[in-house]
Ligand binder design. Structure first.
Ligand code: 13P
Ligand code: SF4
Length: 335
């Protein structure tokens, strides 16, 4: 292990070899830690984790785990959500700088001002938000259960949906609600996967399935292509990252065009090695997700860092909204 220790400049090159895997497993046992990895993590991080999945599945696993420490290989709001659900557990993120441009698109002051404009509205926040925003929220959701969450709200109540405009448009379309107001936020990675690019790829691969994350700028375009008959409707699937893995096992297509962050391809190829999965935009890589390197994970387990703290008063106010999120919607999305 000496080689690993010498290599451990802050987040520098550590090889994810057998020695690294053994050391990570040994340290995780020593800390009584469960390792969780989001589907956008580097392949070596996904492979060493105890559980890999989408944000809803990982929140549920974190809440149910008996381990005293959760090491969340994902972005900061995910680790914060685990801390809100399990305040007595130690929650570590291998690099606390791993943020999220979508979560940064609204803060608690902005949400309070929006609520003041719509008194009595139900606030539904995507899990990609800070703990302070969750504390101002009635129900959180993820891409996997956003439609179910909004459908659970009486039809005559106004809904404020935040912060992702593309997911909001998808939910409005699916629920048919015109009293759903959507915040104009976006994720820089998904917004960069655009409609014209998808249309060109779909035209070149007419038999391919399209797996599209609802945060993508191209989600509307994918449905438009289906509506116009350019791509048969049954080939267009708007899915959370966990549902993409389930669908990969079920598809009869030889080729699938994948419109989301490129880390997703690893789990899809593992789930269905016979299918040719291709990224719609192979530059769609989330730099925050990629901050969780093999070196960062090793440092995290060695030093017990970076520990995630949420102000107990904020966590108390956010907990109800997060608990409602994990109760609504189908099981699955991770393993
Ligand atoms: P999922 O909820 O589909 O895992 O997506 C999380 C996310 O951050 C998307 O960018
Ligand atoms: Fe946030 Fe976008 Fe990265 Fe997901 S892909 S963590 S929404 S910045």
């Amino acid at each position: 292990m000496a080689a690993i220790a010498e290599d451990l400049t802050p987040y520098g090159g550590v090889e994810a070899d057998a020695a690294w895997r053994d050391e990570v497993r040994r340290l995780a046992r020593q800390r009584d830690a469960v390792l969780l990895a989001h589907n956008y993590q580097l392949p070596e991080i996904q492979d060493i984790a105890d559980h890999t999945g989408d944000s809803l599945a990982l929140s549920r696993i974190a809440a149910a785990s008996e381990a005293s420490t959760i090491v969340f290989c994902g972005v900061h709001f995910m680790a914060e959500t685990a801390k809100i659900l399990s305040p007595h557990k130690t929650v570590l993120i291998p690099d606390a700088r791993a943020g999220c441009s979508l979560a940064d698109s609204i803060d608690a002051d902005q949400l309070r001002a929006w609520k003041a404009e719509h008194p009595g509205a139900v606030v539904v926040s995507y899990v990609n938000t800070t703990a302070e925003v969750k504390a101002e929220t009635d129900i959180c959701c993820t891409s996997s259960n956003a439609v179910d969450v909004v459908a659970s709200i009486p039809a005559d109540r106004e809904v404020l949906f935040l912060p992702d405009q593309f997911l909001g448009a998808h939910v409005r379309r699916e629920t048919g609600r015109d009293n759903l107001h959507v915040w104009a936020g976006e994720c820089h990675v998904h917004a960069g996967i655009n409609g014209p690019e998808l249309a060109a790829r779909a035209a070149a691969e007419p038999d391919a399935d399209l797996f599209v994350h609802p945060e993508c700028g191209c989600a509307t375009s994918a449905l438009y292509l289906a509506g116009e008959g350019v791509v048969p409707a049954e080939q267009v699937k708007i899915l959370s990252t966990g549902d993409m893995v389930t669908e990969a096992r079920a598809t009869h297509a030889k080729t699938v065009l994948v419109a989301t962050e490129v880390g997703m391809l690893h789990q899809l190829r593992r789930a269905a090695p016979e299918v040719d999965f291709r990224a719609v935009n192979d530059r769609a890589s989330c730099r925050y997700m990629k901050m969780i390197t093999p070196a960062a994970l090793l440092r995290s387990l060695r030093e017990g860092a970076d520990e995630v703290h949420v102000d107990p008063m904020v966590a108390e106010r956010a907990r109800g909204a997060v608990r409602r999120m994990i109760e609504i919607g189908k099981p699955g999305g991770g393993e």
